[in-house]
Design a protein around this ligand. Structure first.
Ligand code: SF4
Length: 64
């Protein structure tokens, strides 16, 4: 089963780390919080690195 990243905007502190690591997957939304633009924008390993580097653990995998 495929999985995709999701951002909990209630936790996101807008640090920019995820979009710096995975610019094709995450972007800053109009509300100043990270959004997923393309769940397959980077490899699973790269997205996992972004998840691991989010300081507030706002990104998680969800099963599609
Ligand atoms: S790394 Fe986490 S806190 Fe930083 S912008 Fe991305 S989701 Fe938000």
């Amino acid at each position: 089963m495929a999985k995709k990243p999701q951002v909990d905007k209630n936790l996101c502190i807008s640090c920019g780390a995820c979009m710096g690591l995975c610019p094709n997957t995450f972007k800053m939304g109009d509300d100043g919080k990270s959004e997923v633009t393309n769940p397959q924008g980077e490899s699973e390993e790269q997205i996992q690195t972004a998840i691991d580097n989010c300081p507030v653990k706002a990104i998680s995998w969800v099963e599609e």
